[in-house]
Design a binder for this molecule. Structure first.
Ligand SMILES: NC(=O)C1=CN([C@@H]2O[C@H](COP(=O)(O)OP(=O)(O)OC[C@H]3O[C@@H](n4cnc5c(N)ncnc54)[C@H](OP(=O)(O)O)[C@@H]3O)[C@@H](O)[C@H]2O)C=CC1
Ligand SMILES: O=C(O)CCC(=O)C(=O)O
Length: 446
């Protein structure tokens, strides 16, 4: 239920952003949480902080022409939504996926504002991407696309302005091509302009692993708060990309057994625990489909075209995409003995699914808190770039773990303060919102 004033604001968001359903969903979830804050802080409403937060500071849409290996010309659409810079330069990844349109980029950028605020680090919120599909494209085609994309994007970004990184479809290969083109066009070795860089040219230890590791640390804290741990727990992960792979790695180090993971073609079930070396070989080296995993590990099964959430597990770590857990999936998962959910993906659970988890008393860690380790480590990469320094893997991982513990504890403390104990959604939204709102008040009408 929306507070009366917030309901009018939400109606206005619907009217001003027609058809952008993912953006509407992300806004609604935050507005549903922050009603009680307005009672304590009338100054936020008086200064129209919420109306301002829902309107991006700047939205950039551009043409991206490129040629494939046969010389055929293709035209994609590029986006960068610079949502809020009250806390620092816009910060957030780039997504390359055929489903990308303005509504997806805006939902991701909106989430990023509160996520970045939760990290406690000086980063604003932004997101970008393209409807380009890198799947099945050669390295040369991906490079030409990235070069064309950056040929427009470069004029909008900078170490103190807007700092992109990776997201779905944008990993180390794409970041290298993007940074290379930025350097070439500007004639500046501006390391802090993009994060997720390779270690040989200014990248930071642990950034590759950070989202999955961070999400695992967050779930570890949720389990600890309930007097338990990962030890011996049966864990189900969706996806098999960057976030999923490093979630599986850390969960296994923490004593859990990951029995299933997926891609958009189906899922694999491996009761002995996912063989991570094999998964990395298939996904990171060969860029192949997941059925290859079962071909090479005979006791594992590949189940095409079905949802991984039908596999029973005590812990679920969705790490693929938005709205992948429906209300029906959530009910099945609860009936199958689920106790905790940590979202590595952004907004992977539908509103109906969240309701099911919360009513069943599941420890439910929403993406903007649970997957904040990726962007937090990006901010640490910016810090190292600015000081021409590089930290060890051990030190960087320790910083990540401290940040995730701090986010967890603040979510719980804020939920307690507002009379909703154990509600990580309310805790994350309120704590993330307050910091941005206070900065916006301090900065005048911006
Ligand atoms: N990378 C990062 O640092 C961060 C990422 N995230 C979020 O984590 C999620 C995953 O990102 P990331 O791992 O980087 O992306 P990747 O591109 O590395 O991997 C995405 C994975 O999800 C699968 N997937 C995508 N869409 C679907 C679908 N509709 N059904 C089933 N599987 C699907 C992909 O399968 P296939 O290859 O078949 O498409 C792939 O296995 C996204 O929501 C992203 O926004 C959040 C914070 C930081
Ligand atoms: O590292 C970053 O800047 C962004 C990571 C990201 O895209 C996300 O948190 O969703």
């Amino acid at each position: 239920m929306l507070h009366e004033k917030l309901s009018a604001i939400y109606d206005n968001v619907l009217r001003r952003n027609p058809g952008e359903i993912e953006f509407h969903q992300a806004v609604r979830e935050v507005l549903e949480s922050i009603g009680p804050v307005l009672g304590k802080h009338p100054e936020y409403a008086e200064s129209k902080i919420i109306e301002r937060i829902c309107e991006p500071e700047r939205q950039i849409i551009f043409r991206v022409p490129w040629t494939d290996d046969k010389g055929e010309v293709h035209i994609n659409r590029g986006f960068r939504v610079e949502f809020n810079s009250a806390l620092g330069p816009y910060k957030g990844g780039l997504r390359f996926h055929p489903s990308v349109y303005l509504g997806i980029v805006k939902f991701l950028g909106f989430e990023q504002i509160f996520k970045n605020s939760l990290t406690g680090l000086p980063i604003g919120g932004g997101k970008g991407g393209s409807d380009f599909d890198p799947k099945g494209r050669s390295d040369g085609e991906v490079m030409r696309f990235c070069q064309s994309f950056m040929t427009e994007l470069y004029r909008h970004i900078g170490e103190y302005t807007d700092v992109p990184a990776g997201d779905t479809g944008v990993g180390g290969r794409e970041i290298g091509y993007l940074f290379g083109q930025y350097k070439r066009i500007t004639n500046r070795y501006e390391s802090g302009v993009i994060t997720g860089k390779g270690l040989v040219y200014g990248g930071a230890q642990v950034r590759t692993e950070a989202t999955g590791y961070g999400c695992s640390f967050f779930v570890q804290e949720m389990l600890k708060a309930r007097g338990t741990s990962f030890d011996g727990k049966r864990v189900v992960v969706s996806g098999s990309g960057n976030v999923a792979i490093y979630t599986i790695e850390k969960v296994e180090q923490l004593g859990g057994v990951v029995v299933a993971c997926s891609d958009s073609s189906g899922y694999v079930l491996d009761e002995k625990g996912i063989d991570l070396d094999l998964l990395k070989q298939i996904k990171q080296v060969e860029r192949a489909r997941l059925d290859v995993y079962a071909q090479r590990r005979p006791h594992a099964t590949f189940v095409p075209g079905r949802s991984v959430w039908e596999v029973p597990g005590e812990v679920a770590m969705p790490s693929a995409t938005q709205n992948e857990i429906t209300g029906h999936d959530a009910a099945t998962m609860v009936a199958n003995g689920l106790i905790a959910v940590g979202e590595g993906a952004n907004m992977p659970t539908t509103p109906e699914g969240i309701k099911v988890f919360q009513e069943a008393g599941i420890a439910y860690g929403p993406g903007k808190a649970a997957n904040a380790g990726g962007v937090a480590t990006s901010a640490l990469e910016m810090q190292q770039n600015a000081s021409r320094d590089s930290w060890t893997f051990e030190f960087s991982e320790q910083r990540l773990q401290e940040i995730m513990r701090d986010i967890h504890d603040r979510c719980l403390a804020t939920a307690d303060e507002y009379g909703m104990p154990g509600n990580y959604v309310a805790g994350a939204n309120i704590d993330g919102f307050r910091r941005v709102a206070d900065a916006m008040l301090a900065l005048g009408l911006i």
